[in-house]
Write a protein that binds this ligand. Structure first.
Ligand code: HEM
Length: 188
């Protein structure tokens, strides 16, 4: 890849830049129930350029790094990195990422001009162990003890505001837990 100033990032364009938000709420599993963690975070999305696959598929690609801190102790409790990709010809969005629990996700969805009620671009992607296209890879330990079975992610991106809500379904402590995270961020 070389410097590519003219790449069309399609519906991902608004993501590019630095964002911060302090209205986060995490709902996470505990052996005896549920923990609720208010949080704040930064996400930096950087334009990577256009990638070509098999000389035929073109992906406009954005890299991101998300750092999330608990309000109660200001410590990082979620660190995530990955890519968002846009295949304009197929109108497919892909979101690949990894977290340091030995879990990797490749989620996908289509985009056909969807917007939120305020006109922001609306991106939705999902992955699941039963999905033939969009998958989750996890370590043998996590598969046995804290298996992620599904991931759903909804992002709205406007010029200066970004919000998301995501649900990670985890089979843990003998039950199926809906681990959720949401936040609203402002462009920095
Ligand atoms: C803002 C985003 C997120 C935050 C703040 C967050 C936070 C947490 C917290 C606090 C726990 C409980 C850990 C513990 O008690 O030791 C947890 C568990 C877990 N998270 Fe997340 N998480 C986020 C996103 C994700 C995503 C995107 C995935 C995967 C797709 C994921 C997968 C898991 C799994 C598999 C567990 C179970 C492990 C355990 O509880 O021991 N999380 N997360």
């Amino acid at each position: 890849m070389t410097e590519q100033p003219d790449v069309d990032y399609g519906p991902l364009k608004n993501l590019i830049g630095a964002w911060a938000g302090d209205k986060g709420l995490d709902v996470a599993p505990e052996p005896d129930g549920t923990e609720h963690n208010p949080y704040y975070e930064t996400i930096i999305f950087s334009a990577v350029g256009e990638v070509s696959n098999a000389e035929s598929q073109l992906l406009a690609t954005i890299h991101y790094r998300q750092i999330v801190k608990r309000k109660s102790d200001d410590k990082v409790f979620h660190d995530e990195t990955g890519y968002w990709m846009w295949d304009a010809e197929a109108r497919v969005i892909m979101h690949s990422f990894t977290i340091p629990r030995a879990v990797c996700v490749l989620a996908g969805g289509t985009y056909n001009g969807e917007t939120d009620s305020d006109g922001s671009i609306l991106l939705t992607v999902s992955a699941g162990l039963d999905d033939e296209n969009w998958q989750i890879v996890q370590s043998p330990f996590m598969r046995k003890q804290a298996r992620t079975t599904e991931f759903r992610h909804r992002v709205t991106a406007g010029a200066n505001r970004l919000s998301y809500s995501e649900t990670t379904t985890v089979d843990i402590y003998g039950k199926i837990f809906e681990h959720t995270d949401r936040n609203e961020l402002i462009r920095q």
